[in-house]
Design a protein around this ligand. Structure first.
Ligand SMILES: Cc1cc2nc3c(=O)[nH]c(=O)nc-3n(C[C@H](O)[C@H](O)[C@H](O)COP(=O)(O)O)c2cc1C
Length: 321
């Protein structure tokens, strides 16, 4: 792990005098944080924001210099450069797909998570993409661009493909994702592993958010994650939230929700550029590969797998084949 000369949460220097304050990680190794901020692999106050940290330090520096404004400016520079708070410069783009048109709890939590991840965000709402699939099989037999709804589906898929991170949110409606979001996923059928998955999906990170008043949000995040898995996405974080409310204004636990979003954003930042298919996805890919080796029923799929080199040694998660 990279060594730092100061706590990457509050900025305490790790010089000779202070090195006993370096906190340990769960595995017993030195962490990059001090014992005031971190214990056993967890932040002592996971809800703390960068602003909280700055305000905590301002009185100490004001005491030394007598100038509160200058102390705040200095601390802002120091704290914002620490890895706990630095926005991830490598994450350039996020595709944020809302499963509902209105701006309720799910919208706010999905957006908050995307903001904490950082990067420029392209947002989509069901009014832009939610026609029902006609079952015409044009996507399978001729290609996705022949879908009668491609002019609406295409831009959302293009954004997903060109993004580093995909964030998808849906309220829980009668224990399922919204009908509109499901309609969107139906249109991506031809990009499933079983047909013509997109190579770039195999290096993406996704975050899936669902809110419910009481029950069902776990199942919904699982169900959306399953859709993404079959599109080839290797790293999917689920964020089910019980809001116990019908509207965002009435939600009581906003600070805890923000802390949860922050934790997920940090995991995304850690995984950025490293996401690779795990055993399950590789296994599923091999099953599809064997199927396509024998495939004489879907010529477009067979040609695609052959052209991609996947029937030989090529794999979508390897760059040079
Ligand atoms: C049509 C409909 C169905 C719902 N079904 C459930 C449900 O199955 N379980 C549940 O706990 N809450 C259910 N709720 C409540 C919402 O999931 C909950 O209020 C959610 O946070 C709303 O998100 P939003 O503010 O983004 O619209 C339902 C609400 C509606 C309008």
């Amino acid at each position: 792990m990279e060594k730092f000369l100061q706590c990457q949460s509050c900025g305490m220097t790790f010089d000779e005098r202070h090195k006993q304050y370096i906190a340990k990680d769960k595995d017993g190794n030195d962490s990059i944080y001090c014992t005031y901020c971190y214990r056993d692999g967890e932040f002592i106050d996971p809800r703390a924001t960068m602003e909280d940290m700055i305000e905590l330090a301002v009185p100490h520096f004001t005491h030394k210099t007598g100038d509160e404004e200058a102390a705040r400016k200095y601390m802002t520079e120091v704290v914002s450069s620490l890895s706990r708070w630095k926005t991830n410069e490598k994450i350039v783009k996020i595709a944020l797909i809302h499963g509902q048109n209105h701006k309720g709890s799910t919208y706010h939590i999905a957006r908050m998570t995307a903001e904490k991840i950082g990067g420029s965000t392209e947002e989509f709402y069901p009014e832009e993409f939610s026609e029902g699939c006609l079952g015409c099989y044009a996507c399978i037999n001729k290609g996705m661009t022949f879908c009668p709804h491609y002019d609406r589906i295409g831009p959302v898929l293009a954004s997903m493909l060109s993004s580093d991170v995909i964030v998808i949110g849906s309220p829980t409606y009668v224990l399922e994702m919204t009908g509109q979001l499901k309609c969107f996923f139906d249109h991506l059928f031809s990009a499933w592993l079983s047909h013509r998955p997109e190579k770039s999906m195999f290096s993406k990170i996704a975050v899936v958010v669902s809110t419910a008043a009481g029950i069902g949000m776990n199942g919904v995040t699982k169900s959306i994650a399953r859709q993404l898995f079959y599109l080839g996405v290797p790293k999917i974080y689920r964020m089910p939230v019980r809001v116990a409310s019908m509207s965002w204004d009435m939600v009581q636990r906003k600070e805890q929700i923000s802390a949860k979003a922050h934790k997920i954003a940090r995991k995304v930042a850690d995984q950025n550029g490293k996401a690779k298919p795990g055993l399950r996805l590789r296994f599923m890919f091999s099953m599809m590969r064997l199927m396509h080796k024998k495939n004489d029923w879907a010529p477009l799929d067979k040609r695609y797998w052959k052209d991609m080199g996947w029937l030989e040694k090529g794999r979508p998660w390897k760059s040079h084949e």
